[in-house]
Design a binder for this molecule. Structure first.
Ligand SMILES: Cc1cc2nc3c(=O)[nH]c(=O)nc-3n(C[C@H](O)[C@H](O)[C@H](O)COP(=O)(O)OP(=O)(O)OC[C@H]3O[C@@H](n4cnc5c(N)ncnc54)[C@H](O)[C@@H]3O)c2cc1C
Length: 440
């Protein structure tokens, strides 16, 4: 298919990748509408892409070696030991080939790879969308979403906070967890709070030398998972924003603190972005780290300046459909997985690959939208299921770490994955299972 106009709501990982995919597919006009007024790069921390998914994404032209990353070769699972070893007792050394990224470096790389003809409009919040019968938001055409619609009944439209209304042939919702586009495509979909939080932090890796044993106690290519009753901490290095610099990045899964805020009784708890934590709340984290982690890893967490720590309640969400009328969902707007699968960024980029393939294979919108939905819908739901299993096995229903050894850990891990094969995201060429005779 050639021509047509596409609005992409959200200019983060999924938004940049979809803008590029639409332009490469042959769209005549592509516009990215991003709520944030400035560069997003300072707000992120670390994320990983497993090597198999990375290689697929490179072959598909959605990632390349020019975006700085750090190699990871093994995952060491440790727990506090009786013998007082500062690094803890090693439960299992798991081979694991991944690239770790600074979120901002990845975003900047994807942003730079959007072709010149695409308009990227920062500081533009979309307040309402509709198209083909599906409507959501607070604008003139807004109200509650219908979540249905005829693909042929375009065009789609967006309304922005400035009051303007614009029409497009297709609106892509790459607007993340609290997506306004999703409210039009499937208003019944609700994100679920997992019942625990992730504290996250990062700091200049040179500070490790101030710890007893220094940086040498932690080889650069190891990702460490420290297990404790009620949670775990995952630590790894990532490239810094400045070329040549390295950061330590950690994610500390823990029970929700009593003061976690909810906007109202029924809503999911809200997080604290970087810079919003006060010292009393930070003190709770420091006390927990001191109490449950081996001394070296408690020391690593303690090196993090309070203004570099954020708190994120863990949610997940599976949508029953990704398209309605001329609206389409991408990335976290389409499926939100718990971070244990290490797949958020890879999943968003895979969505863009599938969209580009569907675009090239279709003669019209009626072919493109269902093709994309079929290709990515089941994969997304399978990944959400896997992320729930991993979260239960590793956090809320974790085993007694003092009684487990290497072979026990390997069997425990295999039990979580089952036949899904999805750690790091499902393979791009995995075909969706056709519906069975009873529709399941
Ligand atoms: C600032 C930031 C930092 C992040 N840091 C990390 C990290 O450190 N590690 C990690 O694993 N994941 C991080 N993520 C999430 C990770 O990027 C995603 O899981 C994955 O990459 C897919 O993201 P996405 O593009 O689908 O959604 P998101 O990254 O959530 O992006 C959604 C975008 O849509 C914009 N938006 C939302 N609503 C509207 C609206 N109504 N109108 C216009 N624009 C709108 C938002 O401003 C945002 O830029 C971060 C996301 C953001 C936005």
């Amino acid at each position: 298919m050639r021509g047509g106009s596409v609005a992409v709501v959200g200019g983060s990982v999924a938004g940049c990748a979809f803008a590029r995919a639409a332009a490469r597919g042959g769209a005549e006009r592509v516009t990215v509408l991003e709520r944030s007024p400035g560069h997003l790069e300072d707000r992120g921390v670390g994320l990983c892409v497993v090597l198999d998914r990375y290689d697929e994404l490179v072959r598909a032209g959605h990632l390349d070696d020019g975006i700085r990353h750090h190699p990871v070769t093994a995952r060491h699972w440790v727990a506090r030991g009786e013998d007082g070893d500062p690094r803890g007792r090693v439960l299992w050394v798991q081979p694991m080939a991944m690239h770790s990224y600074h979120w901002g470096v990845l975003w900047q790389g994807l942003r730079e790879r959007i072709p010149d003809g695409v308009e990227f409009r920062p500081g533009t919040a979309v307040t309402a969308v509709g198209g083909g019968g599906a409507v959501a938001g607070g604008g003139a055409g807004g109200g509650s979403g219908s979540g249905s619609g005829d693909v042929g009944a375009g065009p789609a439209w967006v309304e922005t906070a400035s009051g303007g209304r614009e029409e497009y042939d297709l609106v892509v919702g790459a607007d993340g967890h609290r997506s306004v586009v999703r409210a039009a495509v499937c208003p019944e979909a609700r994100s679920e709070y997992a019942g625990y939080v992730a504290w996250r932090g990062s700091f200049d890796a040179r500070l490790l030398d101030t710890l007893p044993g220094g940086a040498a106690r932690w080889p650069e290519e190891e990702v460490i998972t420290v297990c404790y009753p009620g949670g775990q901490v995952v630590l790894y290095r990532i490239p810094g924003l400045t070329p040549g610099s390295t950061l330590v990045n950690w994610v500390f899964y823990a029970p929700a603190p009593a003061w976690l805020r909810r906007a109202d009784e029924d809503s999911d708890p809200l997080g604290f972005p970087v810079g919003a934590l006060d010292t009393a709340r930070h003190g709770e984290l420091a006390e927990l780290a001191e109490r449950v982690l081996p001394p070296y890893w408690a020391g690593v967490v303690a090196l993090t300046p309070v203004e570099r720590i954020l708190l994120q309640p863990i949610h997940d969400l599976a949508t029953p459909r990704r398209t309605a009328g001329r609206l389409l969902l991408a990335g976290d707007a389409a499926t939100l997985v718990r971070p244990h699968t290490t797949s958020g960024a890879a999943k968003a980029l895979q969505d863009a690959c599938a969209f580009e393939d569907a675009w090239r294979a279709s003669d019209d919108w009626a072919g493109l939208l269902p093709g994309y939905d079929l290709e990515r819908g089941e994969a997304g739901r399978a990944l959400v299921d896997l992320s729930r299993r991993l979260g239960r096995a590793q956090v809320t229903g974790a085993p007694d770490w003092s009684a487990i050894d290497g072979p026990g850990m390997a069997a425990w891990w295999r039990g979580q994955l089952g036949t899904s094969g999805g750690f790091g995201g499902l393979a791009l060429d995995r075909k969706p299972n056709p519906p069975s005779a009873d529709g399941n």
